[in-house]
Design a binder for this molecule. Structure first.
Ligand SMILES: Cc1cc2nc3c(=O)[nH]c(=O)nc-3n(C[C@H](O)[C@H](O)[C@H](O)COP(=O)(O)OP(=O)(O)OC[C@H]3O[C@@H](n4cnc5c(N)ncnc54)[C@H](O)[C@@H]3O)c2cc1C
Length: 284
């Protein structure tokens, strides 16, 4: 499979990226790891006359942690997330989730920016970022702006990012308490049939906060505020877990596809969320 012809641009700074985006508008797209965009171009599902490679642009890669705030540059790969000991200590859910994305070859190339900016409902990091209450930093012709991950996703492949903007980083407060990322998939390397990201805090035997996000169960990631609220103030007993699962099931809207019929997906979502809550609670 060979993509349609395109012009390849490789600017060395963000001004150069924005200039090409301005000149070519809808006909230009940035290229990060290329592990979603290039297959789409080969399948002729994306026609991109101008590709702008981000790899020479300074300042887009790397992880920093300062005063409890984590900042991950857009060009940071999933493999780098897995290998970063400081990040694993500050936000272990990032490593746990990244290890469940695709396979090592994809993770060496796939970037955090590409994963969250693409708007693919199957990608794991959008839901993870919503669970963490992350903020995305976008740069465009009018400068920089921030958008909450929970406000970023509008529909499949539709986000709050404008065509002439580049996502440069994601940041979030290092979470405390227990965490779990659980994913049901058909085989190693596959996208989720259902996945759940859970963060919990505990004081004595009582849950004091809970954040729950689900992946590939709607055309956007679903941060289920109601599911988290159902756990807060409880001892995360069976009744509370049942209430959280019911609330989550009220928020998702899966469709039938080659990963199964709707009822199966709802069943998988419930099983995955129960497991994630149990593990996060154990760790809290
Ligand atoms: C076989 C296979 C299995 C996979 N399985 C999984 C999985 O289980 N879970 C999962 O989460 N992912 C999975 N992926 C996707 C992969 O993890 C990458 O995250 C994904 O390809 C996007 O990252 P990228 O850097 O490759 O982006 P690219 O392919 O380069 O770009 C994707 C899109 O995002 C845009 N974009 C990229 N970077 C930016 C930016 N900084 N600002 C604005 N727009 C940007 C591009 O213009 C393009 O439209 C899989 C991929 C493959 C090939």
């Amino acid at each position: 499979m060979i993509p349609a012809a395109f012009d390849y641009h490789r600017p060395s700074d963000m001004a150069g990226v924005l200039a090409v985006l301005k000149e070519h508008g809808d006909d230009a797209r940035v290229l990060a790891g290329g592990h979603s965009l290039i297959p789409m171009m080969k399948l002729r599902m994306a026609d991109v006359p101008h590709l702008i490679d981000l790899q020479d642009v300074d300042g887009l890669a790397g992880i920093s942690i300062s005063d409890g705030r984590v900042r991950i540059g857009a060009m940071t790969t999933q493999a780098e997330i897995i290998d970063d000991a400081a990040l694993a200590a500050a936000a272990p859910i990032m490593r746990e989730a990244s290890l469940q994305i695709a396979d090592p070859q994809v993770r060496y190339m796939g970037t955090v920016g590409g994963n969250v900016a693409n708007g693919d409902p199957g990608n794991d990091m959008p839901g993870l970022m919503q669970c963490l209450d992350a903020t995305f930093v976008l740069v465009g012709p009018d400068g920089e702006r921030e958008v909450k991950a929970r406000d970023f996703y509008e529909a499949a492949y539709m986000t709050a990012r404008e065509d002439d903007e580049v996502l440069v980083a994601a940041s979030f407060d290092a979470p405390s308490g227990g965490y779990a990322y659980e994913k049901q998939k058909r085989k190693i390397g596959d996208y989720a049939t259902a996945a759940a990201a859970v963060l919990l805090t505990k004081d004595g035997g009582t849950c004091t906060s809970a954040s729950i996000a689900m992946t590939n169960l709607s055309d956007t990631p679903i941060w289920s505020e109601a599911a988290g609220s159902a756990l807060v103030g409880t001892s995360v007993d069976d009744a509370a877990i049942n209430a959280a699962v019911d609330a989550m099931l009220g928020d998702i809207d899966p469709t039938q596809d080659n990963r199964g019929p709707i009822e199966f997906k709802r069943h998988a979502a419930a099983v995955i969320l129960r497991r994630a809550i149990a593990r996060a609670w154990d760790r809290a």
